[in-house]
Each structure stands twice: as C-alpha cells, then as structure tokens.
Design a binder for this molecule. Sequence first.
Ligand SMILES: CC(C)(COP(=O)(O)OP(=O)(O)OC[C@H]1O[C@@H](n2cnc3c(N)ncnc32)[C@H](O)[C@@H]1OP(=O)(O)O)[C@@H](O)C(=O)NCCC(=O)NCCS
Length: 164
Amino acid sequence: MLSIYSIMEAALRLPKGDEIVSIKRFDQINPFKSELYKLYKLSTMESNKASKDYYSPVTISPANFKKEITSSTTLVYLRNGTPIGMVHILDGYDGAAFLRGFIVNPKNRREGIGTALLEKCFEVARKYGHKKAELMIWANNPNAERLYSKHGFKVAEKTMVKHL
Ligand SMILES: CC(C)(COP(=O)(O)OP(=O)(O)OC[C@H]1O[C@@H](n2cnc3c(N)ncnc32)[C@H](O)[C@@H]1OP(=O)(O)O)[C@@H](O)C(=O)NCCC(=O)NCCS
C-alpha cells in the first residue's frame, strides 16, 4: 500500500523491511499516524530542551503536528511499517532546501538511519531543483553536528543571544 507514494529510487540500499517514504499530504500518514506523532513529540521535546536557556518552548499539539506535515515534504523512515525516523524538507533561503525536525528513535540511533534519511533528503532536494541544503542546529549538539559535518555541511552563521 505504501508503495503508491513511496519514493524508493534504488540508489539507497536499506535493510530488508526498511523503507523511506515521502509524505506530502496529511492523510498519507494514516497507516502510522500515532507512531509518527510520538516521533514529532520527541523531536519537539528534544529541541525545546536544547534551546531552553534562550527560547520559549514550542507548543506540542496535534494542530502543530499537522502544520509541520502539511507545510513540508516529510521523509519517514519505516521499519516493518513503523516510523523510527523523520525529517521535514522546506524551501529555505536563497534556493536552499531547509531541513527541520530531524529525529531518530533513541532505540535505533547509531544504526545509520540518520545517514540514510540525510542521503534521501539530498536526493529529493536535488529532484526539486535545490542546489544546496541548509539546517539550524542548537549549540551543544555534537552528535548531530558530527553527522552533518560528515556529509559536507559547513557552519555559515552563528546566532548569539543575551538575556536582558
Ligand atoms: C542526530 C540524530 C538524528 C542522528 O541519527 P542516527 O541515526 O543516530 O545517525 P547515524 O547512525 O547515521 O550516525 C551518523 C554519524 O553521526 C555521528 N553520531 C551520531 N550519533 C552519535 C553519538 N551518539 N555519538 C557520537 N557520534 C554520533 C557519528 O559520526 C555517526 O557515524 P558513526 O556511527 O559511523 O560514527 C539522532 O542522534 C537524533 O535523533 N538526535 C536527537 C534529535 C537531534 O538532535 N536532531 C538534530 C537536530 S539539528
């Protein structure tokens, strides 16, 4: 059933039972909606935690979840039909593909899922005509920074915040 909107393009070899699907419409998440919502909650919670010293928390709600899905192309990593990773692709600055909400289930980290999602992002972004990819990363997230650096991302700017 998923193959209707799955975007497998042979280039990326995934283990048996694994696939990455591209979601553009909200109804496409129906087969795994509650599990994907858990990933969204985790992603927002981790982001709120990492940014808590500088920014107000983002509200976790079904409405904001729907907004995230409908305002982007979402790549979902499925293992035997269950989402274990996700990332959103939006239009960024100066023609870039902007990646947001990158998350892998803690139980499945360090298995190459983040790498597979990132490579699929590049493939999809190129297909959409983007010539570069960009993302924001909170300070003190060396694991994600290592992943991005390994894939050729360079720091383009830094945001500095002081409380008044
Ligand atoms: C960042 C994240 C998406 C990486 O996903 P992942 O599936 O674990 O990534 P991979 O297994 O493909 O790891 C790729 C590389 O990233 C680096 N890396 C990832 N996790 C790491 C860790 N815990 N410690 C050290 N290096 C790590 C390593 O260089 C790793 O390559 P290696 O395993 O060959 O050494 C995942 O850790 C996550 O969901 N973190 C919480 C949310 C988050 O920070 N998202 C990014 C927001 S900008």
